[in-house]
Design a protein around this ligand. Structure first.
Ligand SMILES: [Zn+2]
Ligand SMILES: [Zn+2]
Length: 446
């Protein structure tokens, strides 16, 4: 049936598969290669790759430079990544480039390892993630093509705290995370009052949905809350961190979403680039959800995509959940409307804004303490300085000069990096985005 559908060349949809056979946290861990193998089988069996409008790409790995454009890896990239991370990020980038080159209208990178819990500074693995594959793709595209405004909509069941961290200060990147309420699920963050740093107030949006939210709640949120915000922000590209662990059969979460729901969500969102994140119901959900997303991206009817045990009545959400989600949506829209006022007030409060926090790397058992300073500035997020101490014994300084930094932000960043106090640190890192360079100064004894 599907083979009869003929699509125009300009409406092509790209796909990348990378199951990462050699990468697993442990053989029985939910994050393992079978996650994608079942999907790959289903896609072949359904004949999706025979549809003229669907084109498969092989992932090309990203480089160390591509990773360092986004991350400060401690002590270095080599020691916190594997070959699979370069290919996984490369899968996202392969789709991103094909979209920018207009070979395809949109595409889906079905890759692992995932990335949305990886923050700007990386001491190890958090929530199955080492490096942020969406951010590596986006920052490459920004370097290579004339795009400025990017929206990332994270529909994984877990809060995309890593992506939030990377874009916290960037007013040109809208980050929206829809996830299960952090009071009931890892990583425990992602509340509506987390709206972005002083130079980017309002461009981080968190929508924590209650446990047992079903199709109705997700689609209401997408249609009534996310869509109007996206239309107003008017991004050059929309990236979807397409986690599938909201599925009713997922073993590590508590939501009631379905393959039909994911397909409709994708039709409403219309992402340019979708990148797989989590999803651990390997046989019960992933093959169906992925098929639904692929068909929705390709503009093909998805009404037949159903799990064998799909029963909308048994997963319907309660009136209490519906009422809660409506109120939450109103609150999110209010925060969005007030963002310019809030930013004008907060940004000018002081010349430098600071925050301290602790970050736990659950997979690697590392505890980190960060002290962050950002210069208040309208240029492109302001120069940022992170003083980080980890339970590995490492104490480092990381300085980020943003893409369109003004002269003062550039000078401030250089002063921080070259300061007399440099000797206190085991290593200093400088991301100098206006010249796309990365510098490391190591004080560690060899
Ligand atoms: Zn997840
Ligand atoms: Zn500036």
């Amino acid at each position: 049936m599907l083979g009869d559908v003929v699509l125009k060349a300009e409406s092509k949809t790209g796909l990348v598969f990378f199951p990462a056979f050699d990468w697993a946290i442990s053989p029985t861990h939910p994050e393992r290669e079978e996650r994608l193998l079942y999907t790959q089988d289903q896609v072949f069996e359904e004949g999706l790759l025979d549809i003229p409008g669907i084109q498969e790409y092989k992932p090309e790995p990203v480089t160390h430079q591509d990773v360092q454009r986004v991350h400060f890896c401690v002590p270095d990239v080599q020691q916190v990544t594997t070959e699979s991370h370069f290919i996984s990020a490369g899968g996202a980038l392969t789709i991103g480039k094909a979209v920018m080159e207009k070979e395809i209208r949109c595409g889906f990178a079905l890759v692992r390892p995932p990335g949305h819990h990886a923050m700007r500074l990386v001491h190890g693995n958090r929530g199955f993630c080492n490096v942020n594959i969406e951010a590596i793709m986006i920052e490459y595209l920004r370097q290579a093509y004339p795009i400025q405004r990017v929206a990332i909509v994270d529909t994984d069941c877990h809060h995309g705290d890593g992506t939030q961290d990377i874009y916290w200060h960037d007013p040109d990147t809208l980050f929206i995370s829809i996830h299960q309420d952090g009071r009931t699920l890892y990583p425990g963050s992602g509340f509506p009052n987390e709206t972005g740093g002083p130079n980017a107030a309002g461009t981080t949006i968190n929508i924590p949905l209650p446990p047992n939210t079903s199709e109705e709640g997700f689609l209401y949120t997408m249609e009534q809350v996310v869509r109007p915000i996206l239309d107003e922000f008017n991004p050059d590209i929309v990236v979807n961190s397409a986690g599938q662990d909201n599925h009713y059969s997922d073993p590590i979460t508590n939501m009631n979403f379905s393959a039909q729901g994911y397909a409709k969500l994708t039709e409403l969102l219309r992402p340019d680039i979708a990148v797989l994140e989590g999803g651990y119901s390997i046989e019960g959900a992933l093959p169906y959800v992925n098929t639904g997303i692929i068909l929705a991206l390709a503009g093909i009817d998805t009404s037949h995509v159903k799990e064998p045990d799909y029963n909308p009545e048994s997963i319907r959400q309660s009136p209490e959940v519906s009422g809660y989600i409506q109120q939450l949506g109103d609150k999110i829209l209010e925060l969005w409307s007030a963002r310019k006022e809030v930013q004008a007030r907060v940004q000018t409060e002081k010349a430098f804004h600071e925050r301290s926090r602790s970050i736990f790397y659950d997979t690697d058992g590392i505890q980190e303490t960060q002290h962050e300073t950002v210069r208040a500035c309208e240029c492109s997020g302001g120069t940022l300085r992170i003083d980080s101490t980890a339970s590995t014994g490492r104490h480092v300084l990381a300085v980020h000069i943003p893409r369109n930094a003004c002269k003062t932000c550039q000078e401030t960043g250089m002063d921080w990096f070259e300061s007399e106090k440099s000797k206190e640190f085991d290593a200093l890192y400088l991301q100098n985005r206006p010249v796309d360079s990365y510098t490391v100064q190591s004080n560690e004894k060899q």
